[in-house]
Design a protein around this ligand. Structure first.
Ligand SMILES: Cc1cc2nc3c(=O)[nH]c(=O)nc-3n(C[C@H](O)[C@H](O)[C@H](O)COP(=O)(O)O)c2cc1C
Length: 205
């Protein structure tokens, strides 16, 4: 099968397969704070690390009914955000924070999570998260207009500080992902949990 993107329904596919094809995707659980001091927390799977040096991450938000997502409005106002990692035991809480709530309601409260002060940025981080990245906004790029007239926005940030739960660090000084089992997003309503890993040596290390 091959088709021009956007015409999947003419080819027997019930949904756009893009997110199923590009899976698994890490979930950036983005915490932020508005100029009014209200905390915000929401998952974004159009998310990844984009550079190691300097350490940079990016995520994109498609507009909701009220225009830009609250996370993006907050980040524009304050210039920072935190990426929290979703471990298997935080899946339900993560899902609760994906609800569209009024801007003056904090998803931290809805999901009964602890908004913990960060060191280098004004945005709080998720106290229950096994690791988190404190980020300073570098740039927000407007993505091209889609067929429905909307355009998403790509938020790019520089990682200023890294928080890790000491319990997930091995005696050799590595993170043991099997201890915190990060969640990944697949297509449709599907998720995966990373609970097994294997090593592979590169041919020319
Ligand atoms: C696992 C998961 C991943 C998501 N990824 C994205 C994404 O990459 N971009 C996006 O615009 N919305 C995404 N959403 C939907 C947002 O989380 C949702 O619209 C949320 O209400 C946005 O919150 P905010 O307005 O407080 O920022 C995702 C939802 C879930 C459950």
């Amino acid at each position: 099968m091959f088709f021009p993107s956007g015409t999947h329904k003419d080819h027997g596919l019930a949904f756009n397969p893009l997110k199923a094809i590009i899976s698994p995707r890490p979930i950036g659980w983005i915490s932020s704070i508005g100029a009014d001091g209200v905390h915000n927390l929401a998952p974004y799977s159009f998310f990844n690390a984009i550079s190691e040096s300097p350490p940079m991450v990016a995520f994109s938000g498609s507009p909701g009914a009220q225009g830009d997502k609250d996370s993006i409005k907050n980040i524009e106002e304050t210039g920072d955000f935190v990426v929290n990692i979703v471990s298997s035991h935080l899946m339900d809480a993560m899902n609760i924070t994906s609800a569209s709530l009024p801007r003056d309601v904090s998803e931290f409260d809805q999901a009964k999570l602890t908004a913990t002060p960060s060191r280098f940025v004004s945005s709080p981080h998720v106290g229950e998260s096994p690791c988190y990245l404190e980020c300073r906004l570098w740039q927000i790029l407007d993505l091209p207009q889609a067929a429905n007239g909307e355009h998403g926005r790509l938020v790019i940030g520089e990682v200023l500080g890294i928080g890790i739960d000491d319990a997930i660090i091995t005696p050799e000084g590595q993170l043991d992902v099997t201890k915190y089992q990060p969640a990944a997003r697949l297509g449709y309503k599907d998720y995966a949990i990373i609970d097994k890993v294997f090593e592979l040596d590169r041919p020319n290390p």
